[in-house]
Design a protein around this ligand. Structure first.
Ligand SMILES: Nc1ncnc2c1ncn2[C@@H]1O[C@H](COP(=O)(O)OP(=O)(O)OP(=O)(O)O)[C@@H](O)[C@H]1O
Length: 665
């Protein structure tokens, strides 16, 4: 059995013009260990498997006839290595080397004034296999590493045949290497109209190269209009057999469509096992931010890259869905069922969201302008809020201030760290020890600590590697192996090269078996009436029935009730700091009538940092189910589910813990 840290493959590499420097490269179940030994000094770093997205075997590209192979390097010229895929017709037949490109994204500190910020940077490690005279032998060695890395990256044990010592291999070795088991295929929805309308270009330029590095096949569907994606996932019969994951390149609105489309399938249970990936392309990107935030990933530095890495790494983490029942205030209207992953709003925030639509053309500033407008014309709404407090929380008597007992705290800790731990447990466990009857306090740094190891050593070594990148080119152009590299029997000693290439040198290749066009579906043969919402049975009484007697009921006037199950409802709207995607809790943010305009302005300003939860006017109530019953049918207010407008009327919701799967690192 392979234990963690066991060395699976090991090679020694040299840099041609640094004869006293030796690079020992080991592949272990932790990652790629790089050790540099020079003049008795040794320096090492490990590229974690978590940070590796894929690897490919490449050949040197044939040079154009006019280029002189002996030309000296121009000082300062960054002449990168030109490589092509192993089966390309453009490969240089005179070079029997095989280049193994290992693509990783390392967490690094920024430089200068940005030294306190973390970001992910691409690093390509290149191992050049050229010990043997014959291409086939070099290819075999490089493939052995490639296959082993691909198994490890997918968290699968490396088959023993791949690790057999070279001497024990026969000619059929290559045939014995099994496929690295790429069992994923993505269905990608791109909304060309979302956000600023650049989602398609963004996908092509910034996401496709990552899918190529990871050799992840995908089918792309450009949405043609509202409900196109919803219809697609509802109707496509082979959805679950064809695809492992669905990726949304848009805002939260398209994710809402896809989730509800999945729940409109008779095989909804299976469909909910598909991984859901989100790459922020819209104006509301609450889920993308929340997922990365829950893992401590540096989202703000590069939202698209961090989110695309979640898709590529493809860990399916449980995510709560909320079953929502709505009913119009029009007498005898039927109730509707829908599923929500982000929030339900009544009052201030929903009004700003919906009414500012008319200012969409001015971008994100529409929210600021409409916030001011809504404060000037402040509205309150009369109605009833009823809720069932989440296990581990209880009422402290007067009003909805809550305090946990020790045993309840333990129960919540178990929930956070035990069965429901798709996300990093360090994020919220501290909140379980808070006394909610006291003013809620934010820790000094609310951001969760990064789970990943910082590659501080890597930054210094990588500087050196990027220099070597150029020297290697000079070496290959002008030199053959020197006398010290020839065995007495005439064959070449192992003389492989090892360097780092920066992201700019990566080429754009297509992923085999991907399709890049809008997929077609037969015409919609279902009338709206025939569409049925499936999903788990509700545990709540019908909306027309009274709530259970154990629930807390508040009658009164409200500025807003906003129910949140993700930490963020927009990338800069940190509304529920204690929420995690899979904690089984709905956080009600409640503001009662009586709050002044100045307090509400403070609230709106504080939401971006999460400091609003300190304010006495704001109550944060953890529940598993709730019901809202607005009093007046003639209201000017709005009720939204995941930012989408729904009928103004009674609405109730209950959490379905871990019902969906969201893609994370
Ligand atoms: N091709 C299209 N043209 C117009 N609308 C579309 C198209 N494809 C999808 N939509 C609709 O656009 C809506 C908004 O998309 P989404 O929320 O993903 O992006 P957004 O820019 O963040 O929008 P919002 O500001 O509403 O959050 C979706 O609900 C979907 O129904």
């Amino acid at each position: 059995m392979q234990t963690r840290g066991t060395v699976l493959l090991e090679e020694t590499f040299y840099i041609f013009n640094k004869k006293k420097t030796v690079y020992r490269v080991k592949l272990t179940e932790k990652g790629l260990s790089l050790q540099k030994e020079s003049n008795g000094n040794s320096k090492s770093e490990t590229i974690q498997l978590d940070d590796i997205v894929g690897c490919r075997c490449m050949r040197r590209k044939r040079r154009k006839s006019e280029s002189c192979v002996c030309r000296p390097m121009t000082p300062g010229r960054k002449s990168g290595l030109s490589v092509v895929e192993e089966n390309s017709t453009e490969q240089d037949e005179n070079d029997s080397s095989v280049y193994l490109y290992i693509y990783s994204y390392l967490l690094k500190k920024g430089r200068g004034v940005k030294s306190s910020t973390l970001k992910r940077d691409k690093m390509t490690i290149t191992l050049r296999f050229r010990s043997f005279d014959h291409l086939e032998d070099n290819m075999r060695e490089a493939q052995r590493w490639r296959v082993a890395i691909k198994y490890l990256v997918r968290n699968k044990p490396v088959p023993p045949a791949v690790l057999m010592p070279r001497d024990h291999l026969d000619q059929d070795y290559m045939a014995e290497i099994p496929n690295s088991g790429e069992d994923r295929r993505l269905l990608v929805f791109v909304n060309p109209k979302s956000g600023s309308g650049k989602a398609k270009e963004m996908f092509e330029r910034r996401v496709v190269p990552l899918l190529i590095d990871a050799e992840l096949p995908y089918d792309l569907h450009l949405t043609s209009g509202p409900n196109d994606a919803r219809r697609f996932v509802r109707q496509r019969h082979d959805l679950t057999s064809t695809y492992s994951d669905i990726v949304i390149v848009s805002g939260d609105g398209l994710m809402f469509e896809v989730i509800n489309g999945l729940l409109e399938r008779p095989d909804w249970g299976e469909a909910c096992q598909l991984g859901l990936g989100i790459i922020p392309g819209g104006s509301g990107n609450g889920l993308a931010k929340s997922v990365s935030f829950a893992q401590g990933e540096p989202y703000s530095q590069n939202p698209v890259l961090v989110s695309a890495l979640n898709v590529v790494k493809g860990h399916k983490a449980p995510m709560d869905l909320i079953r929502v029942e709505t009913k119009s205030l029009v007498p005898d209207s039927p109730s509707k069922i829908l599923y929500s992953f982000l929030s339900i709003g009544w009052g201030l925030i929903s009004d700003i969201d919906i009414e500012s639509e008319r200012l969409r053309s001015i971008g994100g500033q529409r929210f600021t302008i409409w916030s001011l407008a809504r404060l000037v014309g402040l509205r309150t709404y009369r109605g009833r809020l009823s809720y069932s407090i989440a296990p581990g929380y209880r009422s402290a008597g007067n009003g909805p201030l809550l305090r946990r007992s020790t045993s309840e705290t333990e129960a919540i800790n178990n929930l956070s760290n035990g069965q429901n731990n798709g996300f990093n447990g360090n994020l919220r466990s501290q909140s379980c020890h808070e006394d909610l009857s006291a003013p809620l306090s934010l820790p000094s740094d609310r951001s969760p600590a990064p789970r990943m190891r910082l590659n501080s050593t890597a930054s210094s070594i990588s500087e050196e590697f990027s220099v070597l990148e150029y020297e290697i080119d000079g070496e290959v152009l002008g030199e053959t192996a020197g006398p010290e590299n020839i065995n007495p029997n005439g064959s070449r000693l192992r003389l492989d090269s090892f360097y780092s290439a920066k992201s700019r040198s990566s080429a754009f290749y297509s992923v085999a078996a991907s399709s890049y066009h809008s997929l077609t579906l037969p015409d919609d043969d279902q009338s709206p009436d025939a569409i049925c919402m499936y999903g788990p049975a509700s545990r709540l009484p019908a909306l027309t029935q009274p709530v259970p007697s154990s629930w807390t009921v508040i009658d009164g006037d409200f500025v807003m009730v906003h129910a949140n199950y993700q930490s963020h409802i927009g990338s800069d709207c940190y509304i529920a700091p204690d929420a995690r995607p899979d904690d089984g809790v709905i956080w009600l943010a409640v503001i009662r009538a009586g709050a002044t305009r100045s307090q509400l302005l403070q609230f709106l300003l504080g939401v971006s940092s999460g400091s609003h939860i300190h304010m006495p006017i704001v109550q944060m109530i953890p529940v598993t189910a709730f019901r809202l019953e607005p009093e007046s049918v003639k209201s000017t207010g709005h009720i939204t589910v995941d930012g989408e407008l729904v009928d103004y009327g009674p609405i109730q919701a209950e959490v379905m813990p871990g019902m969906a799967r969201v893609l994370t690192r």
